[in-house]
Design a protein around this ligand. Structure first.
Ligand code: C2E
Ligand code: MG
Ligand code: MG
Ligand code: MG
Length: 287
């Protein structure tokens, strides 16, 4: 009896596996068409300066408007895009779309925003990255200082290669940010050598900030470290006033999180911008 049970489990297991790979294959076929069919969209999440309470930037986050499955979030397709190599094409679309949108906003008269774009490892390692970014800046006429490229610590493991690419990017005038800071394996050595502008404290540190003293100390240390290196600090994943208060107390520069706004479509962002600014002020006033 035990044997047949085991066999059944095995059958279920392979059926699951098969289903999974069929699902994945379907998704891959669809993803190949997604760019061409204009199914990718960017949502923009405001980044607020703690001191001035103004929105100084947005992070562009990709979503896939699938014709039958609805809105798909990056955790459902970025990995697949990386495995299949589609990520470079998607990433290039993201950079171009973000620059086009930011230029549009500037021309519409709203105060200039920095737009942050996430780079994938493959994009970072692709030899034409610097030329690609340069061409997009020329094509869209966006002032380079309004484009921020987010990389992660693990992408910068090949030290000599990374420093070279980052210096080339810096020469274009764009800004560089380390995303998910504190979660990578790399040594801190790169921090003083790489031409960086921002450190983004990973959400995991922010989330647990009020649980115990150690988390506050880590945040404090990251902010001090960054400021000593002349880098600005952004905290991501800020959801509560309590988290904001602590980050403000230790001189964090910018805040990004659901407390102020979820990522929004371009038109939603434009429509709610005036209201958003009032809301941000009210949140600060809250006791
Ligand atoms: P990330 O770059 O660290 O982006 C921050 C993520 O945290 C976003 O998730 C954002 O919606 C979410 N978030 C922001 N505020 C809060 C908050 O207060 N609470 C919580 N729980 N979450 C918050 P999203 O948009 O699902 O993106 C997930 C990840 O996918 C990103 O993490 C980034 O690594 C990747 N990703 C997104 N867009 C792109 C892209 O265009 N290219 C590449 N290569 N990766 C991307
Ligand atoms: Mg990011
Ligand atoms: Mg992040
Ligand atoms: Mg993250």
């Amino acid at each position: 009896k035990a044997k047949s049970q085991g066999k059944n489990e095995y059958v279920v297991y392979t059926a699951d596996l098969l289903n999974n790979s069929i699902e994945k294959l379907k998704l891959e076929i669809d993803l190949r068409k997604a760019i061409k069919n204009n199914e990718l969209v960017l949502h923009y999440q405001p980044q607020v300066c703690i001191k001035t309470k103004k929105i100084v930037g947005v992070e562009a986050l990709v979503r896939w408007q699938h014709p039958t499955l609805g809105l798909i979030y990056p955790n459902k397709f970025i990995e697949l895009a990386e495995e299949t190599g589609l990520i470079t094409e998607i990433g290039e679309w993201v950079i171009e779309e973000a620059c086009i949108q930011n230029k549009k906003w500037q021309e519409s008269g709203i105060p200039s925003l920095q737009i942050a774009v996430n780079l994938s490892t493959q994009q970072f390692l692709k030899l034409n990255l610097v030329d690609f970014v340069k061409n997009i800046l020329v094509k869209t006429k966006l002032n380079p200082k309004y484009l921020v490229l987010e990389i992660t610590e693990s992408m910068a493991m090949d030290y000599n290669y990374s420093i070279n690419v980052l210096q080339e990017l810096k020469k274009l005038g764009v800004c560089i940010s380390i995303d998910d800071f504190g979660t990578g394996y790399s040594s801190l050595n790169y921090l003083k050598k790489f031409p960086l502008d921002y450190l983004k404290i990973d959400q995991s540190f922010v989330r647990d900030i009020s649980l115990d003293e150690n988390n506050v100390n880590i945040i404090k240390a990251i902010i001090t470290l960054a400021h000593n290196l002349n880098l600005k600090v952004i905290a991501e994943g800020v959801e509560t006033k309590e988290q904001l208060d602590i980050l403000q107390k230790y001189n964090c520069d910018e805040i990004q999180g659901y407390l102020f706004s979820k990522p929004l479509s371009a038109s939603h962002f434009e429509r709610t911008l005036p209201k958003l600014l009032t809301e941000i002020n009210n949140i600060y006033l809250r006791g």
